[in-house]
Write a protein that binds this ligand. Structure first.
Ligand SMILES: Cc1cc2nc3c(=O)[nH]c(=O)nc-3n(C[C@H](O)[C@H](O)[C@H](O)COP(=O)(O)OP(=O)(O)OC[C@H]3O[C@@H](n4cnc5c(N)ncnc54)[C@H](O)[C@@H]3O)c2cc1C
Length: 394
């Protein structure tokens, strides 16, 4: 279980220093802490506070508002490290949401809005959730129905969202709404407006969804009934919100890839350690090729997914088109992470199924990366259409 086993190719001295800084915080929260959160489902407040106090929540935020102004490459390295210490997606999601989710504020917010919102996010004083997905629209985001009706001084919102993560503890919500009905728009992407506002629990009912993994970071169905949002909380122009969320999609895919790879590598470290130590039929199980080869293969897939992740990050950070690479990184990273976690369970045999060895939890943690924020099928559709020039299928 050491890093030399999985060297990180091509990291600069600064990036290595960043990784070590994150490790100094993340490694203080070990398996017992994360197993307890998996049992009790309590949000990892201590971890969130420790990361905020060390200044990591602002890594990608502009320096003028107290952030570090670094790129996706550094954010991916940070999230890779965060997810490497047994906390899986519970650890990652606790901080990840702050990195690129609020990007529409950074890109389209007014100076007044940025000054009002960004420093509080960096300090961990505000916790933001994202209300994008709707039960009837699914992946077809332009079909959302949550409607913001213009009134004097603001908007009144009615609607429903699903899977809104951290809404149990968040005090802020970034909300995707329609301000013009789908049927009245020239283009499906028109008429969508984005807000960042207080999560007013007198107007928003939040119901937790029991789920497979990442128990400590809640996801919810939310019901919005007559929420007033002042004009001052609208991001950018009315009706242009769809284009604003596109800014954060590729970075988010890169971060998810990094997290999934880290979880897979964490599981692989545990599996190889076990395979060296566990003796059956008078030999370590790791001496059997039936155990070795699948582990060696998982290592190769994880490493190649990491290279794609770094490639996508580098393209993004140098202002180049990275849609194909970011989607590929997310697909490959999630698959490689998932397969490595399963192989770890198979390597430990019956004990792989026991909570005290943690690999079953890592398997549950990593699974969501194949489904969210976009599914594998939709990534394949994107590559087929945009890279291979095949007809659009959705
Ligand atoms: C743990 C968790 C946390 C989440 N957190 C958030 C959050 O904080 N905020 C938020 O807004 N959302 C969140 N989500 C929602 C997530 O982004 C969606 O679940 C995801 O985008 C998939 O949407 P869906 O479940 O509605 O799938 P659907 O759109 O219902 O699709 C169902 C299946 O059909 C496939 N499919 C659909 N159409 C096609 C097609 N044309 N071709 C091929 N296959 C197709 C899909 O790939 C998928 O496998 C979260 C989800 C989970 C599980």
């Amino acid at each position: 279980m050491n890093d030399a086993q999985f060297p990180i190719p091509g990291e600069s001295d600064d990036q290595r220093a960043l990784r070590e800084g994150v490790r100094a915080v993340a490694s203080r929260f070990g398996d017992d802490y994360w197993l307890d959160r998996d049992e009790d489902g309590r949000f990892p407040f201590e971890f969130h506070r420790a990361m905020a106090d060390a200044g990591w929540l602002g890594i990608t935020m502009p320096e003028e508002y107290g952030g570090a102004g670094l790129g996706v490459t550094e954010a991916a390295i940070m999230m890779h490290e965060v997810a490497s210490h047994g906390g899986g997606m519970a650890a990652a999601s606790t901080v990840h949401i702050n990195l690129f989710g609020p990007h529409p504020i950074v890109v389209k917010g007014t100076p007044e809005q940025k000054a009002r919102w960004v420093p509080r996010l960096i300090a961990g004083e505000d916790q933001c959730c994202f209300g994008f997905t709707e039960p009837d629209a699914g992946l077809n985001t332009t079909r959302i129905k949550t409607f913001a009706q213009k009134v004097d001084g603001g908007y009144i919102v009615h609607g429903q969202k699903v899977w809104t993560s951290t809404a149990q503890i968040a005090n802020k919500i970034m909300l995707l709404t329609r301000t013009t009905k789908y049927d009245d728009c020239k283009k499906p992407t028109d008429g969508i407006t984005i807000f960042y506002t207080d999560l007013d629990r007198t107007k928003i009912e939040v119901r937790k969804i029991p789920k497979m993994g990442r128990k400590a970071v809640d996801s919810n169905a939310i019901f919005i009934d007559g929420l007033f949002i002042p004009d001052a909380d609208r991001i950018g122009e009315e009706g242009k919100g769809f284009s604003y969320i596109l800014h954060s999609l590729n970075p988010e895919r890169v971060l998810i890839a990094a997290e999934a790879i880290a979880i897979g590598q964490d599981a692989l470290r545990r599996a190889t350690k076990y395979a060296r130590e566990r003796v059956v039929f008078d030999r370590p199980i790791g001496q059997n090729q039936g155990i070795q080869h699948p582990l060696a293969e998982r290592w190769m897939y994880l490493e190649s997914a990491w290279l794609m992740t770094m490639r996508a990050a580098q393209l993004y950070d140098t202002g180049q088109n990275c849609g194909a690479e970011a989607n590929s990184a997310k697909f490959l990273g999630a698959r490689a992470g998932h397969d490595a976690c399963w192989q770890a369970i198979a390597t430990l045999g019956g004990f792989g199924y026991a909570k005290e060895y943690h690999v079953e939890r890592l398997f549950r943690e990593v699974s969501v990366t194949r489904l969210a924020p976009i599914t594998e099928q939709l990534i394949l559709c994107f590559i087929a259409e945009k890279v291979l020039d095949l007809p659009k299928s959705y």
